[in-house]
Design a protein around this ligand. Sequence first.
Ligand code: GTR
Length: 437
Amino acid sequence: MKNVIKNIKVNRYKVVLLAGLISSSSLYSAVAQSRGENLDEAKVTAYILPDPLKAANGKTITSAKEWTNTQRPAVLQLFQEHVYGKFAGKPKNMHFKVNSVDKEALGGKAIRKQVTVFFTQAADAPSMEVLLYLPKEAKKPVPVFIGLNFNGDHSVNADPGILLSTRWLANTNNDRVVNNRATEAARGSSIKSWPVEEILAGGYGVATVYRGDLEPDHRNGWKTGIRTTLKSELGIKEDEWGAIGAWAWGLSRMMDYLETDKDVNAKQVVITGHSRLGKAALWAAANDTRFALVVSNDSGEGGAALARRNFGETIAIINKSFPYWFSPKFKEYSGQADKLPVDQHMLLALMAPRPLYVASGVDDAWADPKGEFLSTKNAEPVYALFGKKGLGVTQMPSVDQPIGSDTIHYHIRTGGHGITLYDWQQFIAFADQQFKK
Ligand code: GTR
């Protein structure tokens, strides 16, 4: 193999491409440099954010009661209509099948449960696979971190007891996924993003589902995903929502299962997600207030980052690369974010008064860390209605200096796009602060 090394400036960071050894993510990055994104802070143009406290009739919302009873539902409706599409409720006849319980998992440190959640009563109903770890020593129901995973439940830990996903996965240029199916080599491939042992040691459970169980993440994924298979059951047409909506809906269905598991404290479920799955986590938590604490990690455009700030990925770019993620209507805002009746600070405001943690990476320019910070900051007026303090600062903090007061926290970590042990440690400490008072 020729050892040609090229230095290419890309959207997120400089990557060194070894010819012949190009990973799919760096390939993506190399392509992305021509998408017309702005990465120069000096070129960010002025914008005016919609006021979350301004009702459609022009009145200003001044109380938590008014927010909860009228403005919150109105803002949620705007996000459904213009951004993510409809959000389905709980199907009437779901059922669960516990496939395995291992009380000596992870070297005796954990209880591992694997549960199939069937979305209708039929034995062969569309379904998703929940992987749940609980700390072995727990004496009472535990709080649980939940989130979707990118690469199959088997990727979060090398634990040989995890069932290998049988669903569609994107092929890898190694032997982990061949012919769109996982191989044994895929076990534990995302272990760095899922520090299961640390989460358990903190006294928390952790539950995950593969995003592809809800909808495979490609242009034709909707054809085999729940937007099609549950179309009549849910009463929503395929094109009335998008993949992010389908993933988010799956998070709510995980909650339905967790509410039935007596080892879980369903009143203390922390919803988390990284990147596109962070967008899904935010959207799920906006619709479903059962999630007690909300974490967004590098969720970027369509997640925590302000759409009106033209830095990094934009609505136009995301709609072009991922036309199936959002509602079709969202395409009307490509190149005209200022026409949207909402911006993403209003999505974050929908978490109020629940504790919220937003995390960025300093080299993750594509996700616009500053736009994520400003969005968090601009959600504060809604939290204030509930007597909740905001971030307690006006300027972005330094790298690796988490900030926040009682309810809203933020950090910008060293490094690029990813969810790291450092991120998880901050989320665990935040959950401790909220739940162990
Ligand atoms: C990128 C996309 C981002 C983010 C990211 C990810 O390709 O542009 O919005 O979602 O993927 O999910 O890692």
